[in-house]
Design a protein around this ligand. Structure first.
Ligand code: PLP
Length: 429
């Protein structure tokens, strides 16, 4: 590709966009073009993604939180390459060392008595498995979750998610799934009863707009679960593995879930990998039939070595500490920027390197996203709250890169402000 002329590269971009329109998703193709993201990604390293023209983009979206250890981390790539030559996929008939090693490793880093892991390929599969396990263990059906929660888009995970727009076209949802307002203990108390199999929550709602659990909330929910014999599932698909400044976001509250779900960053930004993790006691339900829940490709050796390398990198490079420190730095700077643009930014909130800036409406947020794309910084709104632009860079991001991102953000806000003033600022909000 390096030998391609500029014209040839341009043609390749046009062809790729055309193929998206014809064979993948025409609306998505229109959206990318509208958002000024009309180029083709080509290579990546650390916080940077290069397009086909060699133009570097600072990645502040991090693949919705996938690139925890940065892109193409050499240790993950090396581990995967070596495994690729030897045994990429499992026989599913013989014992697999890579999966066993990863399960042991996860047991050693997860809090409390979480011990057993089931491996899959994505966050939504991890959630499906977690809710099936809860129903099987408790013999109950009811599942309680939160409005604005996001757990995936397959039928089970969608049913416990909290945004009607994604659910309505597919109704009926899985029966006996109920949502209550996040951080509302009274509503949760009313909802959780002797028929409840599980409560599923994110410690920080990601796609709902970076909403933090209020102090004491998760502990209270855990108590309610214990009182009624329900299980607490914490979905750490986005918050896990250092994203919020601790290995798992539940550690901020000291609450140990009965089941935890993981994905996104677990595959080191190189391979898809998800898991649900639980205790020896709960796992006993798999004794009778070990195939009651299974996945052909989940937990394949390639993904598992990526997971093992990722956990080592997080620990050895101190990425939880990086996330906490750099997250504080970024949050403080963003708060200062908010003070300079009080009409445009209505809130800044977050934990570690999972930070959201809220705008008066989704149009302003989209405009900002476009202005950032023009300045070669990738950001995006949170899926269920389009007023919020997220900052989720790799945890390996440098202070220098953060400063560049902040400079470009300030500059982009200046442009957005001018546009808003031009079209009549009084309409905003
Ligand atoms: N759970 C949470 C908290 C998520 O943020 C996501 C994705 O954003 C999912 C589950 C679904 O993960 P996936 O897209 O890998 O299916």
């Amino acid at each position: 590709m390096e030998n391609m002329s500029y014209e040839e590269k341009k043609q390749m971009v046009e062809d790729t966009i055309e193929k998206y329109s014809r064979y993948i998703n025409p609306a998505l193709a229109r959206y990318y073009k509208f958002a000024q993201l009309d180029t083709v990604e080509w290579s990546s390293s650390g916080t940077l993604v290069y397009d086909i023209f060699g133009e570097p983009y600072l990645d502040c979206l991090g693949g919705f939180g996938v690139f925890t250890v940065g892109r193409n981390h050499p240790r993950v790539v090396k581990a995967v390459r070596e495994q690729l030559e030897r045994l990429p996929l499992s026989t599913r008939a013989l014992f697999n060392k890579q999966q066993a090693d990863l399960a042991e490793r996860i047991a050693s880093v997860t809090p409390g008595n979480l011990q057993y892991s089931f491996f899959c390929n994505s966050g939504t599969e991890a959630v499906e498995g977690a809710i099936k396990l809860a129903r099987m263990y408790t013999g109950r059906k009811k599942l309680v979750s939160a409005f604005d929660g996001y757990h995936g888009k397959t039928m089970g995970s969608l049913s416990v998610s909290g945004k009607d727009a994604y659910k309505k076209p597919f109704e009926p949802c899985v029966p006996e799934t109920f949502q209550v307002p996040f951080n509302d203990e009274k509503a949760m108390e009313k909802a959780v009863d002797e028929n409840t199999a599980a409560v599923i929550l994110e410690p920080v709602q990601g796609e709902g707009g970076i909403n933090l659990a209020r102090e004491g909330y998760l502990a209270r929910v855990k108590k309610l679960c214990e009182r009624s014999g329900a299980l607490l599932i914490l979905d750490e698909v986005q918050t896990g593995l250092g994203r919020t400044g601790k290995m798992f976001a539940c550690e901020h509250s000291g609450v140990v879930p009965d089941i935890m779900t993981l994905a996104k960053g677990l595959g080191g930004g190189v391979l898809p990998l998800g898991a649900f993790v639980s205790t020896a006691q709960i796992w006993e339900v798999f004794d009778e039939n070990p195939y009651i829940h299974s996945s052909t490709l989940g937990g394949n050796p390639l993904a598992c070595v990526a997971g093992l390398a990722t956990l080592s990198i997080i620990e050895e490079e101190g990425l939880c500490e990086h996330s906490a420190e750099k997250g504080r730095y970024l949050l403080e700077k963003l708060e200062k920027i908010q003070n300079a643009f009080p009409q445009l930014i209505t809130a800044v909130r977050g934990l570690g390197l999972m930070i959201g800036t809220e705008f008066p409406d989704s149009d302003v947020a989209s405009l900002l996203g476009m202005e950032m794309a023009q300045r070669k910084v990738l950001v995006a709104y949170t899926m269920d709250n389009r007023k919020v632009i997220r900052f989720e860079p790799p945890l390996t991001v440098s202070y220098q890169e953060l400063d560049t991102i902040l400079e470009r953000f300030t500059d982009a806000l200046g442009s957005v402000q001018s546009i808003v003033e031009e079209i009549g600022g009084e309409e905003i909000g």
